[in-house]
Ligand binder design. Sequence first.
Ligand SMILES: Nc1ncnc2c1ncn2[C@@H]1O[C@H](COP(=O)(O)OP(=O)(O)O)[C@@H](O)[C@H]1O
Ligand SMILES: O=c1ccn([C@@H]2O[C@H](COP(=O)(O)OP(=O)(O)O)[C@@H](O)[C@H]2O)c(=O)[nH]1
Ligand SMILES: [Mg+2]
Length: 252
Amino acid sequence: MWRRVASVSHLFSHSKSTKFNQGASTFKIWETFTSESEIPTPSKGSPFVTFVLGGPGSGKGTQCAKIVEAFGFTHVSAGDLLRREIASGSAYGSVILSTIREGKIVPSQVTVELIQKEMESSDNYKFLIDGFPRSEENRKAFEQTIGAEPDVVLFFDCPEQEMVKRVLNRNQGRVDDNIDTIKKRLEIFDELNWPVINYYSQRGKLHKINAVGTVDEIFEKVRPIFAPLSTLSSLFGKDHCEEWKFVPKEAS
Ligand SMILES: Nc1ncnc2c1ncn2[C@@H]1O[C@H](COP(=O)(O)OP(=O)(O)O)[C@@H](O)[C@H]1O
Ligand SMILES: O=c1ccn([C@@H]2O[C@H](COP(=O)(O)OP(=O)(O)O)[C@@H](O)[C@H]2O)c(=O)[nH]1
Ligand SMILES: [Mg+2]
């Protein structure tokens, strides 16, 4: 279900000044809409953020590519940003590399800064944040730094055996796609990611998707979650859609 909300000023209550929270006028625009007009009014815009969660090999990246193609999101993969940072020879590179090798989680400050830069350099307002947040600490750091909460949270639910099989067959030359690191990543996922999943489930934002099946079968479960976005785009145009927020169904 979709409804119009009082813009997004509530999303930015703890925020620093970022590209996305400078529109103090947006609440006034909503007041104008509710009191005087039935026609949606363009606002300064706000990010439409989707977090994409799931264990290693659950198919997050694969499904993100399909969502980008169908719904025009910008894909921000936290893992890819970290790997790019290593490849660039940055000061953080060696710490990131050893953390990834051990299957642990890179300090939130580093990851959030990379995500923030990526979001701010994009002209798009729809973002898929893939593989993040991996812990409650990650989640809180994002909220505080970016000043936004996710509108939608996808969780690809996949049995461990299937995840291990997929990761071992991934063939992308990743330093962490070996059986020892996968075991550690699964342990860390169990310990630190479940609290994040439960947090969003309690807030009614979580869409749990059974990640077993073909890529297309799984995408057919994802598609209806975003279908209202394209309906709104065709009815009102992009600017007007920035004024709409998704009100998710109860988590399944
Ligand atoms: N539904 C699926 N069935 C079988 N293999 C899949 C499926 N989805 C993705 N894969 C493959 O599994 C591996 C891991 O997928 P990926 O999207 O990288 O997962 P994640 O980003 O969650 O680690 C890749 O080699 C991918 O091609
Ligand atoms: O927010 C993040 C995302 C990734 N990682 C690190 O990067 C690795 C690979 O993450 P990616 O999301 O690429 O792995 P996937 O789940 O897709 O296999 C993880 O195991 C972590 O060590 C991290 O520390 N923080
Ligand atoms: Mg991935």
